[in-house]
Design a protein around this ligand. Structure first.
Ligand SMILES: [Zn+2]
Length: 257
């Protein structure tokens, strides 16, 4: 084994010597495509459900790449074990990220009615407003909703609400309170697939890709993205912004004009 390593090392030095004596020719940037892609009418939103504690770890990835995300928070869970604290939410918010509502206790909204339904949606929003956040976006827990739940979301003052499937969404969306999202990002969703969702949408005429993330960790949950995969995705998104890709929070997309 040792002998083998020495041989490799020797080959390396021979190669290196060969390189230094070769005429100096500028090497082409092999990794760069001949012409950079120009995104025409494509928007992306990064959304995180539940306010999981590990979500705070991507704060620098977002800031370093000039990206803002939407964090849908279950206000009955914040400040408890496994969830972000009020201070962490405020840090994310002060960075330009959006805080949205995700109910008081993560109930399936098709199974709660009347005053309980209102409490889940409206009290949650009031809590988040009381923490000092401007709250206009909502996400249905598990993506479950019906006409009654949708109406309470409207009545509680939300300008938009996101489901968990049927994306990509069009611009403008056909139902602001039934926003369609890309398939769940799970632990085996690979980076090229996430990029392809966006490039294929752009090739097909554009639209709005709303990504739904949950945990950010290496193997802690089936609904998790690995930190290094998210870092690479964030870097790529950051770079593509100079090629015309628009990355905005859900609130920024829905409340502009
Ligand atoms: Zn959720």
């Amino acid at each position: 084994m040792k002998c083998f390593s020495k041989r490799i090392l020797a080959l390396f030095f021979i190669t290196l010597a060969g390189c230094t004596s070769a005429p100096s020719v500028p090497s082409p940037a092999a990794t760069e495509p001949a012409t950079a892609r120009v995104f025409k009418n494509t928007q992306v939103s990064l959304t995180f459900d539940d306010g999981d504690a590990d979500n705070y770890s991507i704060r620098a990835d977002l800031a370093d790449n000039d990206l803002h995300a939407t964090f849908y928070v279950v206000s009955g869970f914040t400040n408890s074990n496994g969830y972000m604290t009020h201070d962490q939410l405020r840090d994310l918010y002060n960075d330009g990220n959006e805080i949205g509502g995700h109910t008081l206790s993560h109930q399936k909204l098709t199974t709660v009615r009347g005053a309980e339904l209102e409490r889940e949606i409206c009290q949650d929003r009031s809590n988040l407003v009381a923490y000092g956040f401007d709250v206009t976006s909502f996400a249905y827990p598990f993506g479950h909703y019906d006409n009654q739940a949708r109406q309470v979301v409207v009545n509680c003052g939300y300008t938009n609400a996101r489901g968990v499937s049927d994306g990509p969404e069009q611009i403008p969306p056909q139902d602001a309170h039934g926003l369609r999202a890309m398939p769940y990002i799970v632990s085996d969703t690979r980076l090229p697939k996430m990029m392809r969702y966006i490039t294929e949408m752009d090739d097909g005429g554009g639209g709005w890709a709303i990504f739904v993330f949950h945990h950010v960790c290496d193997g802690c949950d089936p609904y998790a993205i690995k930190p290094e995969v998210f870092s690479k995705f964030a870097k790529w998104l950051g770079e593509q912004q100079s090629n015309g890709l628009i990355v905005k929070t859900v609130g920024e997309v829905m409340n502009e004009k």
